[in-house]
Ligand binder design. Sequence first.
Ligand SMILES: NC(=O)c1ccc[n+]([C@@H]2O[C@H](COP(=O)([O-])OP(=O)(O)OC[C@H]3O[C@@H](n4cnc5c(N)ncnc54)[C@H](OP(=O)(O)O)[C@@H]3O)[C@@H](O)[C@H]2O)c1
Length: 256
Amino acid sequence: MLDKTFIHPGSLVLSNRSARNPLPSAKWPQVTVTRNNQELVERCDVVIVAVRPEQFADVEIFAEDKLVISLMAGVSLRSVAAYTASRQVIRAMPNAAAEIGKSYTPWLAAKGVTDEQKAFAQRLFETFGSADEVFTENHLNYLTALVGTGPAYPALLARSMLEHALNSGLPPVIARRAVNAVVVDASQLIGNGHSVDELLQTLIDYRGVTAAGLEAMIAGGFDKTIKAGLDSATSVACSMSPFAHSADMKEGPMTR
Ligand SMILES: NC(=O)c1ccc[n+]([C@@H]2O[C@H](COP(=O)([O-])OP(=O)(O)OC[C@H]3O[C@@H](n4cnc5c(N)ncnc54)[C@H](OP(=O)(O)O)[C@@H]3O)[C@@H](O)[C@H]2O)c1
């Protein structure tokens, strides 16, 4: 956000328990760091909550009339609203590729969020990648499992390939460069004018080395394994809210 000059560093307040500033302070000396979460709320129009879900209950902010953007996995709009007293809540699910400006960030807005705030949120998320509004909590939870995981699933594929290449006797440097070339570089052809189905069908129809590899992987349960993994991650994303199974709303500090 700062690199893209989306916000002025003098307008940015960071709050955490250790008063740690993760930003290069020489580059942005005007950023304020505090240990007082409520001070952040008082000084800002937009509050981004980026603690772990299990830490949320200790954040203790009263943010009525502020746009609250939660990045927490699995914590519902209702829970965020109950614990912050804001009706203007957005849940968003970025991923670790934000670090290189390539996050895909789906987001979901509560009814109280204005069109202007939605447009602001979309532009904010686009400072570190691309973004889309979604319209149900189920879709956001599903996407938490699919994209919130960032590089995790491709990393698993890369590890499997690397182990195989090393077991096949390849020198480690070559093995790593080869796996990187496939998982990171060649995969950029996906979506580059070809649909995934077209790409795979063309390779299977060619009846060459690639077809043999693909068919053995599919017969070995590749497809089933990926889908079971996504099912499992989705069910955790749907149930991980620290408030999901309790009388949370009634117990929320702002609804007492
Ligand atoms: N990492 C990802 O790729 C990713 C992707 C999508 C969504 N998310 C979501 O983003 C959230 C944060 O994840 P993360 O990986 O960044 O976790 P993290 O590295 O553990 O960061 C959590 C931060 O919250 C601060 N914190 C904890 N309790 C606090 C409190 N009571 N008041 C103020 N600050 C507090 C911590 O600083 P102190 O210890 O100094 O307080 C720390 O800076 C999670 O809810 C996760 O679901 C993460």
